[in-house]
Design a protein around this ligand. Structure first.
Ligand code: 6PG
Length: 241
Protein backbone atom coordinates (compact mmCIF):
# COMPACT_ATOMS: atom_id res chain seq x y z
CA UNK A 1 0.00 0.00 0.00
CA UNK A 2 1.53 3.38 -1.01
CA UNK A 3 2.38 5.67 1.91
CA UNK A 4 -0.22 8.42 2.27
CA UNK A 5 0.00 11.51 4.48
CA UNK A 6 -2.79 14.11 4.56
CA UNK A 7 -2.31 17.14 2.36
CA UNK A 8 1.14 16.25 1.07
CA UNK A 9 2.80 14.29 -1.73
CA UNK A 10 4.95 11.38 -0.56
CA UNK A 11 7.88 9.94 -2.51
CA UNK A 12 9.57 6.82 -1.10
CA UNK A 13 13.17 6.34 -2.21
CA UNK A 14 15.51 3.37 -1.65
CA UNK A 15 17.89 5.00 0.85
CA UNK A 16 19.27 8.20 2.39
CA UNK A 17 21.62 8.80 -0.54
CA UNK A 18 18.67 8.77 -2.92
CA UNK A 19 16.83 11.26 -0.68
CA UNK A 20 19.92 13.52 -0.72
CA UNK A 21 20.25 13.31 -4.51
CA UNK A 22 16.54 14.02 -5.07
CA UNK A 23 16.69 16.98 -2.66
CA UNK A 24 19.74 18.49 -4.37
CA UNK A 25 18.06 18.11 -7.77
CA UNK A 26 14.87 19.82 -6.56
CA UNK A 27 16.88 22.67 -5.02
CA UNK A 28 18.85 23.28 -8.24
CA UNK A 29 15.80 23.20 -10.50
CA UNK A 30 13.79 25.44 -8.15
CA UNK A 31 16.73 27.87 -8.16
CA UNK A 32 16.97 27.98 -11.96
CA UNK A 33 13.22 28.53 -12.22
CA UNK A 34 13.10 31.31 -9.59
CA UNK A 35 16.11 33.17 -10.98
CA UNK A 36 14.70 32.98 -14.53
CA UNK A 37 11.29 34.23 -13.32
CA UNK A 38 12.25 36.71 -10.57
CA UNK A 39 16.01 37.23 -10.69
CA UNK A 40 16.50 35.73 -7.21
CA UNK A 41 16.15 32.41 -5.34
CA UNK A 42 15.08 32.55 -1.70
CA UNK A 43 15.78 29.26 0.08
CA UNK A 44 15.18 28.23 3.69
CA UNK A 45 17.64 25.53 4.79
CA UNK A 46 16.95 22.83 7.36
CA UNK A 47 19.09 21.98 10.34
CA UNK A 48 19.94 18.62 11.86
CA UNK A 49 21.92 15.81 10.20
CA UNK A 50 19.51 14.54 7.52
CA UNK A 51 20.08 17.42 4.99
CA UNK A 52 23.89 17.34 5.22
CA UNK A 53 24.35 14.79 2.42
CA UNK A 54 22.26 16.97 0.08
CA UNK A 55 24.28 20.04 1.08
CA UNK A 56 27.52 18.24 0.25
CA UNK A 57 26.13 17.44 -3.22
CA UNK A 58 25.15 21.10 -3.70
CA UNK A 59 28.68 22.16 -2.75
CA UNK A 60 29.92 20.45 -5.96
CA UNK A 61 27.05 21.65 -8.18
CA UNK A 62 27.05 24.29 -10.91
CA UNK A 63 24.57 27.09 -10.20
CA UNK A 64 24.04 30.83 -10.57
CA UNK A 65 25.09 31.34 -6.93
CA UNK A 66 25.17 35.15 -7.21
CA UNK A 67 21.35 35.19 -7.11
CA UNK A 68 20.85 32.84 -4.14
CA UNK A 69 19.54 34.09 -0.79
CA UNK A 70 19.80 31.71 2.18
CA UNK A 71 17.66 31.74 5.35
CA UNK A 72 17.58 29.26 8.25
CA UNK A 73 14.41 27.52 9.42
CA UNK A 74 15.69 27.36 12.98
CA UNK A 75 18.80 27.73 15.05
CA UNK A 76 20.23 26.60 18.36
CA UNK A 77 21.15 29.28 20.92
CA UNK A 78 24.87 28.54 20.94
CA UNK A 79 27.96 30.63 20.16
CA UNK A 80 28.47 31.33 16.42
CA UNK A 81 31.48 28.99 16.17
CA UNK A 82 29.86 26.12 18.09
CA UNK A 83 29.96 22.88 16.08
CA UNK A 84 26.31 22.23 16.96
CA UNK A 85 25.08 25.44 15.31
CA UNK A 86 22.99 24.70 12.22
CA UNK A 87 24.60 27.70 10.51
CA UNK A 88 28.12 26.34 11.07
CA UNK A 89 27.22 22.81 9.92
CA UNK A 90 25.57 24.15 6.76
CA UNK A 91 28.49 26.50 6.05
CA UNK A 92 31.05 23.72 6.40
CA UNK A 93 29.09 21.22 4.26
CA UNK A 94 28.13 23.70 1.52
CA UNK A 95 27.80 27.47 1.86
CA UNK A 96 31.50 28.20 2.48
CA UNK A 97 32.30 26.24 -0.69
CA UNK A 98 30.19 28.22 -3.17
CA UNK A 99 30.24 31.92 -4.13
CA UNK A 100 26.94 33.06 -2.65
CA UNK A 101 27.52 36.74 -1.68
CA UNK A 102 27.92 36.77 2.12
CA UNK A 103 25.33 39.54 2.49
CA UNK A 104 22.79 37.14 0.97
CA UNK A 105 23.38 34.42 3.59
CA UNK A 106 21.21 35.18 6.62
CA UNK A 107 22.11 33.17 9.74
CA UNK A 108 19.79 33.51 12.75
CA UNK A 109 21.74 35.52 15.41
CA UNK A 110 20.87 32.91 18.05
CA UNK A 111 24.04 33.74 19.98
CA UNK A 112 22.13 36.83 21.15
CA UNK A 113 19.63 34.69 23.04
CA UNK A 114 16.26 33.43 21.83
CA UNK A 115 14.12 36.56 22.30
CA UNK A 116 16.58 39.07 20.86
CA UNK A 117 17.46 36.78 17.95
CA UNK A 118 13.80 36.17 17.10
CA UNK A 119 13.09 39.91 17.16
CA UNK A 120 16.14 40.60 14.97
CA UNK A 121 15.25 37.91 12.43
CA UNK A 122 11.54 38.82 12.08
CA UNK A 123 12.12 41.73 9.61
CA UNK A 124 14.69 39.68 7.69
CA UNK A 125 12.06 36.99 7.09
CA UNK A 126 9.27 39.50 6.43
CA UNK A 127 11.34 41.05 3.63
CA UNK A 128 11.98 37.65 2.02
CA UNK A 129 8.44 36.27 1.78
CA UNK A 130 7.24 34.37 -0.07
CA UNK A 131 10.14 31.94 -0.11
CA UNK A 132 10.82 29.93 -3.25
CA UNK A 133 11.69 26.72 -1.39
CA UNK A 134 11.64 25.62 2.24
CA UNK A 135 13.64 22.54 3.32
CA UNK A 136 12.68 20.78 6.56
CA UNK A 137 13.55 17.67 8.51
CA UNK A 138 11.53 15.78 11.11
CA UNK A 139 12.50 14.74 14.61
CA UNK A 140 11.64 11.41 16.26
CA UNK A 141 8.82 13.13 18.18
CA UNK A 142 7.32 14.70 15.07
CA UNK A 143 8.86 18.13 15.49
CA UNK A 144 10.11 20.15 12.54
CA UNK A 145 12.41 23.18 12.58
CA UNK A 146 12.21 23.95 16.31
CA UNK A 147 8.44 23.54 16.52
CA UNK A 148 7.90 20.83 19.13
CA UNK A 149 4.80 18.83 20.11
CA UNK A 150 3.09 20.39 23.12
CA UNK A 151 4.76 23.79 22.65
CA UNK A 152 2.52 26.77 21.97
CA UNK A 153 3.03 27.91 18.37
CA UNK A 154 2.02 31.55 18.04
CA UNK A 155 -0.13 32.32 14.93
CA UNK A 156 1.10 35.91 14.33
CA UNK A 157 4.90 36.20 14.45
CA UNK A 158 7.10 34.87 11.63
CA UNK A 159 9.89 33.94 14.06
CA UNK A 160 9.61 32.72 17.66
CA UNK A 161 11.85 32.11 20.64
CA UNK A 162 11.80 28.51 21.90
CA UNK A 163 12.62 27.34 25.41
CA UNK A 164 12.62 23.92 27.08
CA UNK A 165 13.28 22.20 23.77
CA UNK A 166 13.18 18.40 24.33
CA UNK A 167 16.10 18.17 21.86
CA UNK A 168 19.25 19.91 23.15
CA UNK A 169 20.04 22.70 23.40
CA UNK A 170 16.95 23.92 25.31
CA UNK A 171 16.93 27.43 23.87
CA UNK A 172 16.34 27.86 20.18
CA UNK A 173 14.83 30.17 17.58
CA UNK A 174 12.38 28.93 14.97
CA UNK A 175 10.46 30.23 11.99
CA UNK A 176 6.77 29.72 12.65
CA UNK A 177 4.25 28.00 10.36
CA UNK A 178 3.13 31.52 9.35
CA UNK A 179 6.54 31.98 7.71
CA UNK A 180 7.41 28.41 6.68
CA UNK A 181 4.15 27.89 4.81
CA UNK A 182 4.51 31.10 2.76
CA UNK A 183 6.57 29.35 0.15
CA UNK A 184 6.22 28.24 -3.45
CA UNK A 185 7.65 24.79 -2.66
CA UNK A 186 8.40 22.77 0.46
CA UNK A 187 10.40 19.58 0.87
CA UNK A 188 10.46 17.50 4.06
CA UNK A 189 13.31 14.95 4.25
CA UNK A 190 12.86 11.92 6.53
CA UNK A 191 15.34 9.02 6.65
CA UNK A 192 16.11 6.11 8.94
CA UNK A 193 14.21 3.57 11.06
CA UNK A 194 14.24 5.87 14.10
CA UNK A 195 11.68 8.09 12.36
CA UNK A 196 9.13 5.28 11.86
CA UNK A 197 7.03 5.83 15.02
CA UNK A 198 6.56 9.54 14.25
CA UNK A 199 5.68 8.76 10.63
CA UNK A 200 3.16 6.17 11.81
CA UNK A 201 1.58 8.82 14.08
CA UNK A 202 1.55 11.29 11.17
CA UNK A 203 -0.01 8.63 8.93
CA UNK A 204 -2.64 7.98 11.62
CA UNK A 205 -3.66 11.64 11.43
CA UNK A 206 -2.06 13.01 14.62
CA UNK A 207 -1.64 16.80 14.45
CA UNK A 208 2.13 16.76 14.90
CA UNK A 209 4.00 20.01 14.11
CA UNK A 210 5.55 18.42 11.01
CA UNK A 211 2.11 17.33 9.79
CA UNK A 212 0.61 20.80 10.20
CA UNK A 213 3.51 22.62 8.58
CA UNK A 214 3.85 20.13 5.71
CA UNK A 215 0.14 20.28 4.90
CA UNK A 216 0.19 24.07 5.17
CA UNK A 217 3.08 24.19 2.71
CA UNK A 218 1.73 21.52 0.33
CA UNK A 219 5.00 19.74 0.90
CA UNK A 220 6.72 16.95 -0.99
CA UNK A 221 7.82 14.45 1.66
CA UNK A 222 10.90 12.45 0.67
CA UNK A 223 11.28 9.25 2.69
CA UNK A 224 13.74 6.42 2.51
CA UNK A 225 12.60 2.81 2.74
CA UNK A 226 14.04 2.43 6.24
CA UNK A 227 11.70 5.15 7.56
CA UNK A 228 8.57 3.54 6.17
CA UNK A 229 6.19 2.67 9.03
CA UNK A 230 4.29 0.00 7.14
CA UNK A 231 7.39 -2.07 7.36
CA UNK A 232 6.80 -2.00 11.12
CA UNK A 233 7.31 -5.36 12.79
CA UNK A 234 9.89 -6.22 10.19
CA UNK A 235 13.33 -6.21 11.75
CA UNK A 236 15.10 -3.18 10.17
CA UNK A 237 18.32 -5.13 10.47
CA UNK A 238 17.54 -8.79 9.54
CA UNK A 239 21.29 -9.57 9.54
CA UNK A 240 21.33 -8.69 13.24
CA UNK A 241 18.87 -11.61 13.71
C1 6PG B 1 17.55 21.06 14.60
C2 6PG B 1 16.67 20.85 13.40
C3 6PG B 1 15.57 19.82 13.67
C4 6PG B 1 15.92 18.62 12.81
C5 6PG B 1 15.24 17.36 13.32
C6 6PG B 1 15.77 16.13 12.63
O1 6PG B 1 18.05 22.15 14.81
O2 6PG B 1 17.77 20.11 15.34
O3 6PG B 1 16.31 21.91 12.74
O4 6PG B 1 14.29 20.22 13.37
O5 6PG B 1 15.52 18.84 11.47
O6 6PG B 1 15.50 17.26 14.70
O7 6PG B 1 17.13 16.01 12.96
P1 6PG B 1 18.04 14.91 12.23
O8 6PG B 1 18.01 15.23 10.78
O9 6PG B 1 19.40 15.08 12.82
O10 6PG B 1 17.43 13.55 12.51
Amino acid sequence: MPMQLTGVEVRVLPDADAVAAATAEIVLSAAAEAIAARGAFRLVVAGGTTPMAAYRLLADAEADWAHWHIYHGDERCLPVADADRNSRATDEAWLSRVPIPSEQVHPIPAEQGAEDAAAAYEPVVAAALPFDLVLLGMGEDGHTASLFPGHEILPGPLVMAVHDSPKPPPDRVSLTPSALCRTRQMVVMVTGAAKRPALARWQAGEGLPVARVAAGGSALVLLDQAAMPDTAGEDPDPERG
